[in-house]
Design a protein around this ligand. Structure first.
Ligand SMILES: [Zn+2]
Length: 587
C-alpha cells in the first residue's frame, strides 16, 4: 500500500472523513462556546461601583460614573449603562450616590516607621501654649510605666523665643528620668539636665561638625540641640526593638489607609525599617506600595553604593522597592541650619552650612545616577537647592539623561533663577504644600531672617508648576499631618485650614485643585516608576482607589480638609472602610 495515496478516496474513506469532520466541527463548536462562556466570565466583575463622581486623573482628566473591578484590576471605566454588562449574580455592586471616587493618594515624602512608633510615645503635636505643652509632658511622665527614658516629639519651635527652650523647664517636671523631646520638624531636640548628664555633655563638649549645641551665657548646654548634635543624646536612648518597628509601621499603615493613601515614598528608611516592611509584606499586611529611600552618610559618600545596590536587590517585593538614596544637603531655616545663597539677616556674613561641598555632592549624585539609584534630596535653602540642581545637571552631562526620576524635597526657598531648572533637568519637585502659608514658622522665624525680597520666593509651588515640571506632594509626617486633603487645601488657598480671614500668602504661588490632585496621584506614581500600573482610574490598571463622602470639585475650598474618606482599596482589596459605608447593595 502506497504511503502516498492520492485521490480518488474509497467510499469507506469518505465515511470516516465525514465522521471525522463532524467530530472536528463538534469540538470546534464546543471550544467556541467555552471560549464565549469564558469571555462572558471575563466580563463579570468582582465589584462594580456606580452612580459616582469618578475623577480618573488620566491624561485628559476625564470623569466617569462607574468602574468595574476584577482580580484587583480595573476592567471598565465609563457611563453607568456600560457597567451593567459586567454584573453577574456574584458581583458586588455599590451605589456611590454621587460620592467621589478617585485614585488612591501617593505621599511622596513621609516617615512611616518612626512616626508610627512616636504615636506610642509622648505626642506633643498641635499644642499652642508652653503651659499646655508642659502639662502634656507631665502627663507623659505619669504614663511612663517603668520606661527608662521619657521620649516624645511634635513640639512647635515658635512656642519659644529663638525656638530655644531650656532644660530648666523640663527639670521642673523630672530631674531623675532623662527626657528627650524631638521638635515637630525633627531638626531640633529639647532635653533635661539628666539627659545631658547621661550623655556626658558639658560646656567642654564641642559642637559636632554638622550640628549645634545651644548654650546659656556660661557656655553650658542650655537644653536644645540642632541637627547632628541631637545624636549626641539620642545614641544613649535604648534602641527600639524590631517589634516596636513592626507595631509602629502597623499603626502608620492603618492611619495612612484611613486617609486614602495607597502608596508612599519612605524618605529615610533604615535597614531595620526595611525589615519591618518585609515582615508585614510576608504576612500580607503591607497595605500601601512603598518606595524606600535609604539614608546616605555624607562622610561615607560613594562607598555606600554597593550596600544600596544590595538592599535594592534584597527588598524588592510586590509592594516594596528599596530603590532610592536619601541625601540631606542642609537643615532648616528656623534654626539657621539651612544653606542660603545670601546671609541670614540677623547673622551678618553667615549663610548656614551645607553637609557637602559642591564638588563632593556632584560626585556623589553622578555615582548614584550611574548605579541607576533614584536620588531623593532634602534641600530647604536656596543655596542647597542650587547645589542639588547643579549636581543633577552635572550628572546628566557626564552620564547622559536616564529614567531615574530624581527628586528634591521641601524646596522652601528657591532662587527665581533656578525655577525653570526642574522641568529642564527632569527633576521632580517634591513639595509639602501644608507648609505654604503664613503660620508662626513663616512670620516669626523665617521672613524676619530673609527679608521681603527673598521671602517672595518661599514655597513657589505655582511658579514651578507653570514651568511644566512634574510636581509631587508629601506630608513629611510626623513633621506635619498625614492627611493629604489638608495639604491639597493649603496648596490651593495658601492660608491656614481654619483661618477665618482667608488671606492668601503670596497668592501667585497657589495651585488649582486638578493640579494638586495630580500631585497626589498620577505624578506620585510617576515618581515611583509605577504610572503604568496605578495613579489613575484606567482600564488595565490596579484598582487602587479611594471613595470620599463629597466631590472635591463642588466642595467649598476651605472645607476640603473636612471631607472624609469612606473606602480605600489597594489592588481591589479593601484596606480601609468607614463604618457608614456599605459593603454591598442590591444590583
Ligand atoms: Zn522628611
Amino acid at each position: 500500500m502506497s504511503l502516498f495515496r492520492k485521490s480518488p478516496k474509497s467510499r469507506s474513506d469518505r465515511v470516516i472523513l465525514h465522521a471525522l469532520s463532524l467530530s472536528v466541527r463538534l469540538v470546534v463548536a464546543l471550544t467556541l462556546s467555552a471560549c464565549l462562556l469564558n469571555a462572558q466570565d471575563a466580563r463579570r466583575a468582582d465589584l462594580v461601583l456606580k452612580n459616582g463622581a469618578i475623577y480618573t486623573s488620566n491624561a485628559s482628566r476625564s470623569w466617569a460614573d462607574a468602574v468595574a473591578i476584577k482580580g484587583g484590576k480595573i476592567i471598565y471605566v465609563g457611563p453607568n449603562t456600560g457597567a451593567q454588562q459586567y454584573v453577574s449574580r456574584t458581583t458586588r455592586v455599590i451605589d456611590l450616590q454621587g460620592k467621589m471616587l478617585l485614585p488612591g493618594f501617593f505621599d511622596s515624602h513621609v516617615h512611616p516607621v518612626s512616626s508610627g512608633r512616636q504615636l506610642n510615645q509622648c505626642v506633643l503635636t498641635n499644642i499652642s501654649t508652653v503651659t499646655a505643652l508642659l502639662d502634656a509632658v507631665k502627663q507623659c511622665k505619669i504614663n511612663l510605666k517603668g520606661k527608662t527614658w521619657l521620649i516624645g516629639s511634635g513640639w512647635e519651635l515658635p512656642l519659644f523665643e529663638n525656638a530655644n527652650p531650656s532644660k530648666e523647664l523640663l527639670d521642673q517636671i523630672t530631674s531623675e528620668i532623662p527626657v528627650f523631646l524631638e521638635a515637630a520638624d525633627g531638626h531640633s531636640a529639647w532635653v533635661n539636665s539628666k539627659a545631658l548628664a547621661i550623655s556626658g555633655l558639658s560646656k567642654d563638649t564641642k559642637d559636632p561638625e554638622r550640628g549645634r549645641i545651644e548654650r546659656d551665657k556660661n557656655g553650658e548646654p542650655s537644653g536644645t540641640l540642632r541637627e547632628g548634635a541631637i545624636n549626641l543624646i539620642s545614641r544613649h536612648i535604648p534602641e527600639p526593638t524590631q517589634n516596636d518597628n513592626v507595631e509602629g509601621l502597623r499603626r502608620a499603615l492603618k492611619l495612612a489607609n484611613s486617609f486614602g493613601i495607597t502608596a508612599l515614598q519612605d524618605a529615610n528608611a533604615s535597614v531595620d525599617d526595611l525589615k519591618a516592611y518585609e515582615t508585614l509584606e510576608a504576612k500580607g499586611e503591607l497595605t500601601v506600595r512603598v518606595v524606600a529611600a535609604t539614608q546616605i552618610d555624607p562622610d561615607k559618600a560613594e562607598s555606600q553604593i554597593p550596600e544600596l545596590i544590595r538592599l535594592r536587590a534584597l527588598y524588592n517585593t510586590p509592594h516594596l522597592n528599596a530603590s532610592t538614596a536619601k541625601l540631606f544637603v542642609d537643615g532648616v531655616i528656623e534654626s539657621h541650619t539651612a544653606f542660603l545663597l545670601e546671609p541670614y539677616l540677623d547673622q551678618p556674613g553667615y549663610r548656614g552650612s551645607a553637609n557637602y561641598t559642591p564638588e563632593k555632592l556632584t560626585k556623589l549624585i553622578a555615582a548614584l545616577d550611574r548605579a541607576n539609584l533614584q536620588v531623593h534630596i532634602h534641600a530647604i535653602g536656596d543655596g542647597a537647592i542650587r547645589m542639588a540642581l547643579d549636581g543633577f545637571e552635572a550628572a546628566q552631562i557626564s552620564n547622559g539623561r536616564n529614567d531615574a526620576r530624581h527628586t528634591i524635597a521641601h524646596l522652601e526657598l528657591i532662587s527665581p533663577n533656578d525655577l525653570p531648572r526642574f522641568a529642564k533637568l527632569g527633576v521632580i519637585a517634591n513639595f509639602q504644600p501644608l507648609w505654604a502659608y503664613a503660620d508662626p514658622y513663616i512670620t516669626d522665624l523665617t521672613e524676619p531672617v530673609l527679608g521681603p525680597e527673598r521671602s517672595r520666593w518661599l514655597y513657589p509651588i505655582g511658579s514651578v508648576i507653570r514651568t511644566g515640571a512634574v510636581v509631587v506632594g508629601g506630608s513629611d509626617w510626623s513633621v506635619s499631618s498625614l492627611n493629604p486633603l489638608e495639604a491639597i487645601q493649603v496648596g490651593i488657598t495658601r492660608y491656614g485650614l481654619d483661618d477665618a480671614k482667608r488671606m492668601s500668602w503670596i497668592p501667585d504661588e497657589r495651585a488649582d485643585l486638578a493640579t494638586m490632585i495630580a500631585a497626589y496621584t498620577i505624578n506620585g506614581a510617576y515618581l515611583a516608576h509605577r504610572e503604568n500600573r496605578t495613579g489613575s482610574i484606567e482600564v488595565g490598571k490596579d484598582a487602587d482607589v479611594v471613595v470620599l463622602n463629597a466631590n472635591l470639585f463642588t466642595t467649598p475650598v476651605e472645607s476640603i480638609h473636612k471631607v472624609k474618606v469612606l473606602l480605600t482599596m489597594l489592588e481591589g482589596k479593601e484596606v480601609f472602610r468607614d463604618s457608614s459605608f456599605p459593603t454591598t447593595q442590591n444590583r
